[in-house]
Write a protein that binds this ligand. Structure first.
Ligand code: ADP
Length: 616
């Protein structure tokens, strides 16, 4: 029996068989009882009926003898004859209905006594004519009547035999019916108990693997896929269990392979991160540290286990760095950002360019942040040395240059004698070069001043509108001379900004000077401001020569100038770099948008919140 269908059919068959047994036992018992009742009614009852009739006929015959004795010979004889015939009919019927022990003997006795009874009557007939009436009556009473009573007693005896038999049978039937009831009850009980036990046993046997399967499925569902089902049968459940085992096996292999790969990949990533020589930390979205490398451990004197799961602000207590990290988390675009921060660690000054990048997963949600600490202390030192060097050189240049320029001026004015035309031209060229050199020295000095750590910013709340208007005012004559239209679009209701007025004026002036340098007659320069919730943006736009794309980002670096720029108007290449330093120091940004032959637009922003001046 391999299939579940066959097993269930088998149980069904067993139960049907039991019901059939109960049925058969009941039918047999009922049949037996019916048979007994039938015997009771048919055989004995019939005998009793015949006996009653025989008694009746006998009594009538006896009456006929009396009629005869009393002188009515004809009627007496006729009735005697008829009743005798009837008696024999019933006698024969009874002879053929012998059912009980002693009945036959009794019937034979009755036959014998009846014949004696008849003989006594025939004797009466013989003496009838010779005997007087009284004598005949005497004869009847002495000879016939006792035989008649004897016969009646015999018939009563026969009746008793049958009555007793009937009574006995009735008791037997009652006993048998009780036994049958008990037997049927017993068989039914056996069938019910047996059926219950069999069905329970088999149902349990069949459902156990299903229950086991269900439980295992639940475990697999919650992730415990290393589960197997013991296969105990070859039926449908066995097949299902086998298929289930195959499925979990495949799942396990799949999980192992993917998990293995994921773990290997993770270890690889961790190894890569750890091998980075610059200090690095990984934060989760709650700003808790999830990973640091050896360089980080050394720099901040903390082990990975100590730092793990700690808020990063607990490990590095630096408010502006904290603000910076938080500002990056709140940014929508995951572009890496970098900013230089000063740290005082192990009693020395350190400068770190901090590059923070948001970790974005495949569903575009933020997972955390990678923060890399690029040590730029040496670069900063070099820069400082360079600034100092430039400052010294510029100062050294400044005095002889002023003397040279004074000398050329005296020569030009003819204070030391007249010069011929060629000498005059050479002198003019010297004067122009000195002028350019002087500008460069001025710019260098200004730059070293701005870049020096001691640069002083006199910050106060200032109206940007009036600064712009004041700055632009000085350029109207120059613009007019060049035929360039100079426009200002700023509003008096602009909020005040917390700035160093002199330095921001310098930035605006520089942008306007550049715009004027690279525009010509008919061009337009517009200066306008925009305000949003966080910042003020100031733009200087011109319709001049524009800047080639590859220069757009570079022009903010020192000494970078667009090649092929007209030499006549060549400056020092320092203006935009200084402007960038000043704007950054105010917490703002500066950038350029430009298209060749269409024009350029330079925009810088100033934050509206009061910010501590930061030096990049
Ligand atoms: P410079 O003293 O040479 O103007 P800057 O740093 O101010 O130095 O500018 C760097 C270079 O950027 C300039 O040499 C010039 O090539 C380019 N530049 C700056 N402003 C403009 C502008 N408005 N239009 C075209 N080119 C510009």
């Amino acid at each position: 029996m391999k299939s579940l269908k066959h097993k269930i059919s088998f149980i069904y068959l067993v139960l049907v068989l039991m019901i059939a047994i109960v049925g058969i036992v009941s039918v047999i018992n009922l049949y037996g009882l019916t048979r007994e009742i039938e015997g009771l009614i048919v055989d004995n009852y019939k005998s009793l009926e015949i006996i009653a009739k025989m008694t009746e006929v006998l009594e009538r015959q006896d009456s006929a003898i009396l009629i005869y004795t009393n002188g009515n010979v004809e009627l007496g004889l006729e009735k005697f004859q008829t009743n005798m015939n009837n008696f024999y009919v019933y006698y024969n019927e009874e002879s053929n209905n012998i059912t009980e022990i002693g009945e036959r003997e009794m019937v034979e006795i009755i036959g014998e006594h009846y014949r004696v009874y008849l003989d006594s009557f025939y004797q009466l007939e013989k003496i009838y004519d010779t005997y007087p009436q009284e004598k005949l009556m005497e004869y009847y009473l002495e000879e016939i009547a006792p035989k008649f009573f004897q016969l009646k007693d015999d018939l009563r005896g026969l009746e008793e035999i049958n009555e007793n038999a009937m009574f006995k049978r009735k008791n037997q039937v009652v006993r048998n019916s009780q036994t049958s009831t008990k037997a049927i009850f017993l068989v039914s009980m056996v069938a019910v108990t047996g059926g219950f036990i069999i069905s329970r046993f088999f149902v349990k046997k069949f459902t156990k693997p299903i229950e086991h399967l269900t439980e295992t499925m639940k475990l697999v569902e919650i992730g415990d896929i290393d589960k197997r089902i013991d296969i105990t049968s070859d039926d449908e459940i066995g097949v299902l269990s086998r298929e289930f085992n195959k499925m979990t096996e495949r799942l396990l292999v799949f999980e192992k392979s993917t998990l293995g790969k994921v773990i290997t990949e993770k270890n690889k990533s961790v190894a890569i991160v750890k091998s980075i020589s610059d200090p690095l930390m990984v934060l989760d979205i709650d700003y808790r540290i999830t990973l640091i490398n050896k360089a980080f451990e050394n720099l901040f004197s903390i082990t990975e286990s100590e730092a793990y799961n700690k808020y990063f602000s607990e490990v590095i207590q630096k408010q502006n760095l904290n603000d910076y990290i938080r500002s990056i988390f709140s940014q929508e675009i995951a572009r890496p950002k970098e900013k230089i921060f000063h740290f005082e660690l192990h009693s020395s000054d350190y400068y770190f360019n901090i590059i923070a990048t948001k970790i974005i997963d495949t569903t575009s949600s933020t997972e955390g942040m990678v923060v890399l600490f690029q040590n730029v202390t040496e670069l900063k030192e070099l820069e400082k040395m360079k600034t100092n060097f430039m400052s010294t050189i510029s100062h050294e240049f400044k005095t002889p240059l002023t003397a040279i320029m004074m000398g050329t001026s005296l020569l030009n004015e003819g204070a030391v004698g007249n010069l011929n035309r060629e000498q005059g031209e050479v002198l003019t060229s010297i004067e122009e070069d000195c002028e350019r050199l002087s500008n460069l020295v001025d710019d260098l000095l200004y730059m070293s001043k701005i870049q020096s750590t001691k640069a002083v910013y006199h910050m106060k709340q200032t109206s940007i509108t009036s600064i712009i208007k004041e700055a632009v005012k000085h350029f109207y004559p120059q613009a007019a001379r060049k035929g360039v239209n100079l426009k200002v679009m700023v509003f008096d209701n602009f909020p005040k900004v917390y700035i160093d007025q002199e330095k921001i004026t310098w930035v605006i002036n520089n942008l306007i000077v550049n715009a004027l340098k690279y525009t010509s007659t008919g061009d337009e320069i517009s200066i306008y401001g925009e305000v949003d919730q966080k910042k003020v943006s100031i733009t200087v736009r011109d319709s001049g020569i524009g800047i080639p794309e590859e220069y757009i980002d570079k022009i903010f670096e020192q000494f970078v100038q667009v090649e092929n720029s007209d030499l006549e108007i060549r400056g020092t290449g320092l203006g935009l770099s200084i402007a960038k330093d000043i704007v950054r120091a105010h917490g703002g940004e500066i950038w350029c948008e430009s298209a060749l032959d269409i024009g350029s637009s330079f925009t810088f922003t100033l934050p509206l919140e009061v910010n501590e001046v930061t030096r990049g």
